[in-house]
Ligand binder design. Structure first.
Ligand SMILES: Nc1nc2c(ncn2[C@@H]2O[C@H](COP(=O)(O)OP(=O)(O)OP(=O)(O)O)[C@@H](O)[C@H]2O)c(=O)[nH]1
Ligand SMILES: [Mg+2]
Length: 272
């Protein structure tokens, strides 16, 4: 069965597939820049089941836009022969990523649009990077995610939620899909039913008013964060300037006191 692994860049998609397949030819990122840039399937037997785990480029803004990633995934699905019906999708998300707004929200909504709500029972939302957060903080962060608009929508329509503490012990996540039937994603249905071209379908999702609004929200969030950072930097600079002035004043006072002392001593010397 075909299982795609999707999610933002750096969320652990390739790490997950590498651990499940025990292959050492799968590249994982070594820094913040996106690593995987093509869609690729890796076969693996787990228990009595044969899986193909499909690695995908991360939703990201810097090199590939969400639209590029969406297009690549849709094109891979459309061009696969025999046609691929995914049995499931694992969407990975870093539990220590505290950007609920902005790019992660837009990426998630884009993912949701790719799949359609009917696909939710075949989706597992799995959080990674638990080693990078205090357990309680992680649990409250997970609750926050579950309550956030797009996660909530997907969970209410049937998506599961899992935690990945250890990549070597994730077989149970794959076993969840032995209870689901392969199904077309919304984007595949759209292509088959309407006969629209792939680029039209991708454009209609990526350029929809909703995505534009999320993009505007993301820009506003980023600008607000930049303005805050610049205010903080300026406050820091002002503080350093005040401290330097105080230091100069205090050095000047010491010099004046020393000078006054010397004068008093000289006067005393002269009158003696
Ligand atoms: N501490 C910690 N590091 C992790 C975890 N998962 C992945 N990493 C590291 O995060 C980096 C990115 O992991 P990848 O598996 O390449 O992420 P990806 O989702 O495939 O990223 P792209 O291919 O860029 O979309 C690598 O250095 C991993 O070793 C985790 O749970 N905890
Ligand atoms: Mg990768």
């Amino acid at each position: 069965m075909n299982i795609a692994v999707m999610g933002p860049t750096g969320s652990g998609k390739s790490t997950f597939i590498k651990a499940m397949t025990k292959r050492d030819d799968i590249a994982v990122g070594s820094n913040l820049k996106p690593e995987t840039n093509i869609v690729q399937g890796y076969p693996v037997e787990i228990g009595s089941e044969s899986f193909v785990l499909i690695d995908t480029p991360g939703f990201d803004d810097q090199i590939l836009t969400d639209k590029d990633v969406l297009g690549m995934i849709a094109a891979w699905l459309q061009n696969s022969r025999p046609a691929v019906k995914l049995t499931g999708i694992i969407y990975l998300y870093r539990i220590n990523d505290n950007r609920l707004h902005g790019s992660s929200q837009r990426a998630f909504r884009m993912f949701n649009r790719l799949c359609g709500d009917d696909y939710s029972p075949n989706i597992v939302l799995a959080t990674t990077f638990w080693d990078m957060v205090d357990e309680n903080k992680g649990i409250s962060r997970e609750a926050e995610l579950r309550g956030s608009e797009h996660w909530k929508r997907m969970i209410e329509s049937g998506a599961g939620v899992e935690r990945i503490h250890n990549y070597e012990e994730c077989q149970h996540i794959l076993e969840i899909f032995t209870r689901t039937e392969p199904k077309n994603l919304h984007v595949q249905e759209e292509l088959a039913v309407t006969g629209a071209s792939l680029s039209d379908v991708v454009d209609s999702i990526a350029d929809s008013a909703e995505m534009k609004a999320l993009k505007a929200q993301q820009t506003a969030d980023r600008e607000a964060a930049e303005a805050l950072a610049s205010r903080q930097a300026k406050a820091q600079e002002d503080k350093a300037r005040v401290a330097a002035r105080r230091e100069r004043e205090s050095a000047r006072r010491v010099l004046e006191q020393q000078e006054a002392l010397r004068n008093t001593q000289a006067e005393a010397h002269a009158t003696a």
